[in-house]
Write a protein that binds this ligand. Sequence first.
Ligand SMILES: Cc1cc2nc3c(=O)[nH]c(=O)nc-3n(C[C@H](O)[C@H](O)[C@H](O)COP(=O)(O)O)c2cc1C
Length: 352
Amino acid sequence: MLHVAGHEVRTVLAPMEGVSHPPFRALMAARGGLDLVCTEFVRISPAPLSPKMLRESVALCDGPDGQPLPLSVQVMGNDAAKMAEAAGLVAAAGAAVVDVNMGCPMPRVVRKGVGAAMLKDPALLRDVLGQMREQVPGLLSAKIRAGFDDADNVVRIATVVQEAGADFIAVHPRRRCDFYEGVADWRIIATLTRELRIPVIGNGDVWYAADALRMERETGCAAVMIGRPAMRNPWIFQQVADLRAGREPFAPAGEDVAAWLHEVAADYARIFHRKRGPLGKLKELVRWIGRAVDDEGTFRRAGLRAATVDELMHLVDGLAEFPAERIDLGAHGHLAFERSGSARLEALAQSA
Ligand SMILES: Cc1cc2nc3c(=O)[nH]c(=O)nc-3n(C[C@H](O)[C@H](O)[C@H](O)COP(=O)(O)O)c2cc1C
């Protein structure tokens, strides 16, 4: 079991750079079913820290009951002293968890020896986490991938994380070289759950609410972390909570999707009115939510071509004609447009 700030944590919103910003986190948290919220990574370079920026990264958001949800602030870097100093600052500013990014696969990141590149260097990993441990009185965690080029050392890496004093670990069981392709191999989550003393959070390809329960069943993980599927289905955390409680989960129809996108657009227009405005951020959501619409990609493609927010929202209004049967956002995936980690493995085994 995983406890954060006195509450049991079973569902986690994943850290996503450019996506898990404060307004998105607040919208998701307010919907319910979410126990822990993660920030996108904060880059800690060897240059002097900005305490103001670090304090501002601790932007809490409220659950549906108006109470703030615990926040995990993710830092990314490989300078142990700087990471420790940053960790101490965000912990003091109110982060319930300080998390270390050991999974980012982007070339611009691994070239600098941070993110997933740290998986290649257990001694560095031990040093960074060890020094951070001394500065964090609360919870410390790491988010890893299965490995860099292969998954052979995943137990060793996770054990180093544990021995360095982390309170829990999250694993996205793809290798760095997979980026987001191939299979999120949930068997790796099961292995870590078996081998470690600390709680393991499972992550990767939990596309439907029922997959979250399946991941828990198949891997024994303490909690399920959901990233891209939450952009595709903002109801997913509520649906997981409903399934756990034996309630019938809500099955959104096109008009619900349209209403949600209007809610986001109004919120983002208020918040992102400077710079380039909210169009790009809205399109990111449309790119994912469009995958759930049974229209052979018409809405999604048109949405991505929209030149203005008004044009995009006009297209969104067209979703209202789609009944729930033609929107693949039911808790069990009635249209099966996506495949969970286990389902992908099964398909691979059958085709072999
Ligand atoms: C746009 C995007 C940004 C991401 N940024 C981060 C990040 O800042 N830190 C991190 O640990 N993982 C990051 N990830 C990885 C996700 O947290 C997650 O591990 C991955 O998407 C697999 O989970 P999912 O199948 O639930 O999306 C990012 C993923 C995406 C798609």
